[in-house]
Design a protein around this ligand. Structure first.
Ligand code: PA5
Length: 426
């Protein structure tokens, strides 16, 4: 049975491996897992790929430093505007969206600029003139045009005392400006790439700004790292999910992979996951072949009312991962102010239960239609669970990179686009 109880989450891949039209064990998985694992760990050292060791290498003092600066900004400003794109947005946005409580959103609004969108920038500029906002600018490279342009514009309305820059410790235009102007900064470890950076100051400082404990997020990631290291490669759940993606894609032409969380506040997690897998695996492999599956973010139950029909009966080129959420909390639907008639069965249910059952029913319905599915169930919507989930998916992605035989940590396509845009602007 391909099922695991892991720190803060559980994983069920059994349907992917018992499906009559899917992969069968070949007996080579043990050797393959060892080879893949060894290659990844070797690259971590020789090519300086730092994300896997972050829970151990993050300085003990870092969470305190993030918290102290967050406290300073919160006590001196009415809210914050954060500017960032791609990996400098999706990870922190997931943390804020899934863990931030409503009262804090009112007390200290945190607004994002993720696009050089004139209307949005105009609105934020006006808001920044009405209230005192801190301005957090996140860019690993420090050179991203969209981010710099929004920063330049918003800086006209925000006091420089409120700037906080998160970027590479040495390189990039942003670092150079921060050094020259004396702005407050946090560094992103140079060996951690943009889409793998959520467990650095990129994700963890915004978390502290929203009063979410970075320490607890790192604890979740550390526990997951230990669980992965304590499993033998051929029992490692991250290897098996990576192998599932790889074999369903390359052998069975199921090359569109949906991830569907069943909680609105986890929508960004699926979007973060899309960037992670798209940019890491969509590549030319070492033999010159274009590879990678297409990851797609969906949201249950709402997307059941838009894409489910196509998933159930449309082309057989997809697989679906579900993210189930706990049923512990209890917001009861309750009695309406009128007679519920034949829908009375609904009144005693909780919304948590409703989401959970919608997730399981949809999974069953898709399985009935022959769709390969898997399920990751979060134990709670806690900082630990998010830390654990981020770390797990990042490891899956890195191991999948070895199976696809690509460099999961470069992004030449993105870099080319950035270069061409810069040239067009000069
Ligand atoms: O994963 C990556 O490296 C990219 O997607 C980046 O996150 C994105 O391009 C933003 O780059 P930066 O953080 O340098 O502004």
């Amino acid at each position: 049975m391909k099922q695991w109880i892991l720190p803060n989450l559980s994983l069920d891949l059994s349907h992917l491996w018992t499906h009559p039209g899917g992969p069968r064990l070949t007996g080579e998985e043990g050797a393959l897992s060892q080879r893949v694992w060894k290659a990844f760990r070797h690259r971590s050292v020789t090519e300086e790929i730092g994300f896997f060791d972050l829970p151990e290498t993050t300085p003990e003092a870092a969470p305190k430093e993030w918290a102290v600066t967050a406290h300073r900004l919160r006590s001196s400003f009415d809210g914050a505007i954060i500017v960032g794109i791609g990996g400098s947005y999706l990870g922190p946005q997931t943390l804020l969206e899934s863990l931030r409580v409503a009262t804090d959103q009112e007390d200290f609004p945190i607004l994002w600029v993720t696009q050089p969108d004139p209307e949005r920038i105009h609105i934020l500029q006006r808001l920044a003139l009405e209230k005192r906002y801190a301005l957090v600018v996140i860019s690993k490279s420090g050179n991203t045009t969209e981010t710099l342009s929004a920063f330049f514009n918003l800086s006209q309305s925000v006091n420089a005392q409120g700037y906080l820059i998160i970027t590479d410790p040495e390189k990039g235009a942003l670092r150079e400006m921060a050094r020259r102007e004396g702005w407050s900064t946090f560094s992103v470890p140079p060996d951690v790439g943009g889409r793998f950076s959520v467990l650095t100051s990129v994700g963890l400082f915004p978390a502290e700004l929203a009063k979410i404990s970075s320490q607890r997020i790192l604890t979740g990631a550390r526990r997951m790292r230990e669980a992965i290291l304590n499993s033998t490669p051929d029992e490692c759940p991250a290897f098996w999910l990576a192998l599932s993606h790889f074999r369903w894609d390359t052998e069975f032409r199921r090359n569109i992979h949906y991830l569907m969380p069943y909680r609105q506040t986890l929508k960004s997690l699926a979007e973060w996951h899309t960037q992670l897998f798209a940019e890491s695996l969509g590549k030319i492999d070492r033999t010159g072949k274009a590879v990678g599956f297409t990851p797609v973010a969906a949201l249950g139950p709402s997307d059941q009312h838009s894409i489910l029909q196509m998933l159930r009966q449309g082309p057989r080129d997809k697989m679906v991962g579900f993210i189930d959420t706990p049923v512990k909390a209890s917001t009861v639907v309750g009695m309406p102010s009128f007679s519920p008639g034949e829908a009375a069965y609904l009144t005693k249910t909780t919304f948590e239960q409703l989401n959970h059952l919608a997730c399981r029913s949809t999974e069953l319905s898709l399985q009935n239609g022959g769709m390969p599915t898997y399920r990751l169930a979060l134990e709670g919507l806690s900082p630990e669970a998010l830390g654990s989930a981020f770390f797990f998916f990042e490891t899956v992605c890195a191991l999948a990179g070895e199976l696809y035989d690509v460099d999961a940590f470069g992004q030449p396509g993105v870099e080319e686009g950035k270069r061409l845009l810069k040239e067009a602007l000069i």
